[in-house]
Design a protein around this ligand. Structure first.
Ligand code: ZN
Length: 74
C-alpha cells in the first residue's frame, strides 16, 4: 500500500498515511486537530518511483552519475 502525504489547511500539519490507491484523494482527518480540511500533498515516493532510470541509463550500475573507471562508461 502506498504512503500518501497530506497537509492540513487548518493547522498546517503535514502527515503521512498508508492508504489504498483508490482512496488516495478521499478526505482524511488531520491527525493533530482532527479537522477535515486536508489536502493531499505531492508524494516524494510517487515522484521517484517512475522507473528504473539508473539501470536504463547504461553502464555497470555504479556509474549513473557520470563516467566510471570500472566499466568505461562515460
Ligand atoms: Zn490540522
Amino acid at each position: 500500500m502506498p504512503i500518501y502525504e497530506y497537509v492540513c489547511q487548518e493547522c498546517g500539519t503535514r502527515f503521512e498515511a498508508l492508504r489504498p490507491m483508490k482512496d488516495a484523494d478521499v478526505a482524511i482527518t488531520c491527525k493533530k486537530c482532527h479537522g477535515s480540511n486536508t489536502q493531499r500533498a505531492l508524494s516524494l515516493f510517487n515522484a521517484t518511483s517512475g522507473g528504473q532510470t539508473l539501470a536504463a541509463s547504461g553502464g555497470c550500475g555504479n556509474c549513473a552519475g557520470g563516467s566510471c573507471s570500472s566499466c568505461g562508461h562515460h
